[in-house]
Design a protein around this ligand. Structure first.
Ligand SMILES: [Zn+2]
Length: 61
């Protein structure tokens, strides 16, 4: 399950969430309850890199 990185533009709260690919993105800040959360694409240490880690779901290529 991937980890997504979020940040609130309102209060600056910085957090990560474990979500599946199908889960909707979080938009409401859990701290200040404002709908000012953006998804951050930063150096999240998820090991999608490297050989031997290719997913072949549903037979598609
Ligand atoms: Zn906030």
């Amino acid at each position: 399950m991937p980890t997504y990185h979020y940040r609130c533009k309102q209060c600056g709260y910085d957090f990560t969430e474990h979500q599946s690919f199908d889960d909707p993105a979080i938009t409401v800040c859990p701290k200040c309850a404002q709908e000012t959360v953006i998804k951050v694409f930063s150096a999240v240490p998820i090991s999608f890199k490297g050989s031997g880690f290719y997913r072949t779901d549903s037979g598609k290529h």
